[in-house]
Design a protein around this ligand. Structure first.
Ligand SMILES: *Cc1c(COP(=O)(O)O)cnc(C)c1O
Length: 396
């Protein structure tokens, strides 16, 4: 196909040309020193992005979901109790995965659009005087609803309750797009994938593991083979992999880190905040609102836009794909049809995003929604021109 638009889905994200090229390398013997030279800077770079010097970074040829499975099976045993917040499709799917591995999941629910319910988590931890809860599971950025949760606050609650559970954080749609402080937040397992903030094709699951998480590896009783961290760690220590790595993606990961650090991580995060605000200005101008119920929950990487009564968010996404060749995200699960999602993470500029907002407006008009063409675009333009060049200058 000779025509290509950017995508506005919250992953996989747009792949910069330089990263596509970086992934395109000749076949390499993964047992060679050349592979070790490629791999080491990639994992060291990921550690910087995760904010860890104490933890260890490992990758698997998989996706974010594989990272969940690796986290759970390498630290827990069937029958172990975990406490999990559920407030969207991704947090719900993680709970399902735990149950399939025979874990007992104590779920704390919050309405979709809310964040991790800190009060309910605190109550559950304080009630667990026997410390049966082995791990707390939180989704940093719930991609289904566009909600970011406060992981530092979650850690404070765990500490205040004196609870020794491990803290597992799904950072698939937050890591490399917004601040993540694995050590400072006391995260024991941080999970992400290659196809979101790292701007690469899907195919790598990326994990950060604290010393405490690694220490539970031996006694964990869940069945594991492909995702056995003991094999992976031993191979990694020798500069390799226990099986064939996705070498091209690892080359891409090293280049992605370089690209992110070249812009400056603080600038990358500021760019995401700014793009997100531009989208929200447009949403407000359309007379709509984000699914996230409060400003402190607004995600820097994705906005789930609640569509007006009588409108179908899925129809908009379908129309955009079929008529304009542009991808937005559909509403998932409980909010299917009620929202459509604008992904604004990864390699994205003001100009790209304005084209997405303009396309969304054309779709709304085509579908007969009550919308004035240009209204949201103008609101975003005003915001962007008022703050223009900040990220470009910082990156220069
Ligand atoms: C995308 C995503 C996942 C799933 O990752 P895959 O790479 O598709 O397996 C999990 N959690 C969150 C928050 C996500 O955004």
């Amino acid at each position: 196909m000779s025509l290509q638009n950017p995508v506005f889905i919250p992953g996989p994200t747009n792949i910069p040309e330089a990263l596509r090229k970086a992934c395109d390398i000749p076949t390499m013997d993964h047992r060679s020193a050349a592979f070790a030279r490629l791999y080491r800077p990639a994992v060291e770079g990921v550690a910087r992005v995760l904010g860890t010097t104490r933890g260890e970074v490992l990758t698997f040829p998989a996706t974010g979901t594989g990272g969940w499975e690796a986290a759970v099976t390498n630290t827990l045993s069937p029958g172990d109790k975990v406490l999990a917040a559920r407030h969207g499709m991704f947090s719900a799917r993680w709970i399902d995965l735990c149950r399939r591995h025979g874990l007992e999941v104590q779920v704390v629910d919050a309405p979709w659009g809310e964040g991790v319910p800190l009060d309910a988590v605190e109550a559950a931890l304080r009630a667990d005087t026997g410390h049966e809860i082995r791990a707390v599971l939180a989704t940093h950025n719930e991609t289904a609803t566009g909600v970011i949760s406060d992981i530092a606050a979650l850690r404070r609650i765990m500490d205040a309750a004196g609870h020794p559970a491990l803290l597992f954080v799904d950072g698939v749609s937050s890591i490399a797009s917004t601040t993540f402080e694995m050590d400072a937040w006391g995260v024991d397992v941080a999970i992400t994938g290659s196809q979101k903030g790292f701007m690469l094709p899907a195919g790598l699951s990326i994990l950060g593991l604290s010393p405490k998480a690694l220490a539970s590896m031996e006694r964990a009783g869940c069945a594991r083979a492909f995702f056995d961290l003991r094999d992976m760690r031993a191979a990694c220590a020798a500069g390799g992999y226990p099986y064939t790595p996705a070498v091209g993606l690892i080359a891409g990961l090293a280049a992605s880190i370089e690209m992110l650090e070249d812009e400056g991580l603080a600038n990358v995060y500021a760019r995401h905040e700014r793009l997100a605000e531009g989208v929200r200005r447009a949403v407000a101008a359309w007379g709509m609102r984000p699914c996230a119920v409060r400003p402190d929950l607004f995600s820097p990487s994705v906005t789930a836009v609640v569509v007006p009564e009588g409108c179908d968010g899925t129809a908009l996404v379908k129309h955009a794909a079929e008529v304009y060749g542009v991808a937005f995200g559909v509403g998932l699960g409980e909010v299917a049809g009620k929202v459509f999602r604008i992904g604004h993470l990864g390699m994205l500029t003001d100009v790209m995003l304005l084209s997405g907002l303009a396309t969304a407006e054309m779709c709304m008009a085509d579908l007969g929604w009550n919308i004035r063409l240009g209204s949201g675009v103008a609101a975003a333009q005003e915001y962007f021109r008022g703050t223009a060049g900040t990220s470009l200058r910082a990156a220069a």
